[in-house]
Design a protein around this ligand. Structure first.
Ligand code: G6P
Length: 355
């Protein structure tokens, strides 16, 4: 119904637009910027874990890949598992292990099974979820709500941003020291996301490229998970073939598929890594592929690419949250140009409650 969509044509578009508000809600009462502290009463009494294991599916898995980097950077061993592979991974657990189930719905069967197994093996379990009193929230030892608000569209958008922000808080809360600069940038994040939403370049780019054979997404370091998520979002709602990978992997296989009819989306950010990623961009351009850069450095990047989608400058650990919004909009406008149903893609469910 039009009222539920607040005047937008689709819930997905509305939920993309809601992200500044969702991020504010996620941060509310949890950050004291002045003292540089994070307050998460949900974690009270929890000892710093010897290791953290994230278990999740789909978009939530990509949030885990984002979060594990933040923890490792703070000296905490962390690893992410596709929930359905967790048993088979036979990863060691002891009573210092914290297993975090990242699940928007709190009902995904694969994630629930992994959490139950981890709990039986002696780990402390934490649900990072959007849905109050969901199975994950009820069954885990602890729960941290991401506060995204109801998400109707099958493709996850605002819940991903809220997961990333919650994981950023979790990393600061579990580490011995918090980063005041990181917290400051998290507080500014709603403005950064709003500036991406106000910039309307994505529709034009998507419509210009809607007739391609396939789409590739590359990014490195902090932005590698965004490349995976960008491809997942596009394939879910446009039904076009899309693949994402760390930029350096391009030459180890995917490059064989690159032609003038396979656009490449490159997240180019982070001063030290820009040159390497530009090198990858030049490799695909030499094969005729049109390149769309998502970048905070348009001046140095634009000469190398056909299109530029600009993002504001911020810390490397915050860039992935902002860059992803550009790719959400690209996926949305491309699916829209192809006249796909968008909110209810074929064969997919919002919450998969079977193994
Ligand atoms: C389904 C949805 C995805 C979602 C995944 C995990 O496949 O279509 O959008 O990312 O489940 O869902 P969860 O609720 O556990 O985050």
């Amino acid at each position: 119904d039009a009222a539920g969509k607040s005047g937008y044509d689709h819930y997905m578009r509305k939920e993309i637009a809601e992200q500044p508000r969702a991020i504010r809600d996620c941060l509310r009462g949890r950050v004291t910027e002045l003292e540089g502290t994070v307050s998460l009463p949900e974690l009270e009494g929890l000892e710093t874990p010897s290791s953290v294991q994230f278990v999740a599916c789909g978009t939530s898995y990509h949030a885990g890949l984002f979060g594990e980097r933040l923890l490792r950077r703070r000296g905490i061993h962390a690893q992410t598992f596709v929930a359905s592979e967790y048993d088979a991974a036979e990863v060691p657990i002891d009573d210092g292990t914290l297993v975090v189930g990242i699940t928007q719905s709190g009902e995904t069967a694969d994630t629930m099974r992994a959490l139950r197994g981890a709990g039986r093996a002696g780990a402390t379990t934490l649900a990072l979820t959007n849905v109050v009193a969901s199975s994950a929230a009820r069954e885990c030892d602890r729960v941290l709500y991401i506060r995204a608000g109801p998400e109707i569209s099958v493709a996850a958008t605002k819940s991903f941003a809220s997961q990333q922000v919650t994981l950023s808080l979790l990393a600061n809360a579990l580490a011995d020291t918090t980063s005041r600069a990181h917290l400051r940038e998290l507080r500014r994040l709603p403005e950064y996301v709003q500036s991406v939403l106000d910039d309307t370049g994505t529709r034009e780019v998507a419509e210009a490229l809607a007739d391609a054979d396939a789409y590739f997404f590359i990014g490195r370091g902090d932005n590698a998970p965004v490349a995976l998520e960008g491809a997942l979002k596009l394939k879910e709602i446009s039904y076009e073939h899309a693949e994402g990978f760390p930029a350096g992997e391009l030459k180890h296989g995917p490059l064989a598929l690159v032609t003038p009819n396979t656009p490449v989306f490159a997240i180019v950010s982070g001063r030290s890594k820009t040159a390497e990623t530009i090198g990858n961009v030049n490799e695909v351009r030499a094969r005729g592929a049109p390149v769309v850069a998502v970048t905070d450095d348009p001046e140095s990047v634009a000469p190398h690419t056909e299109y530029v989608l600009e993002i504001p400058e911020t810390r490397p650990s915050v860039v992935p949250i902002v860059a992803n919004v550009q790719l959400q909009l690209v996926a949305y406008w491309l699916a829209n140009a192809l006249d796909r149903p968008i909110d209810r893609p074929r064969n997919l469910a919002k919450s998969v409650t079977v193994l």
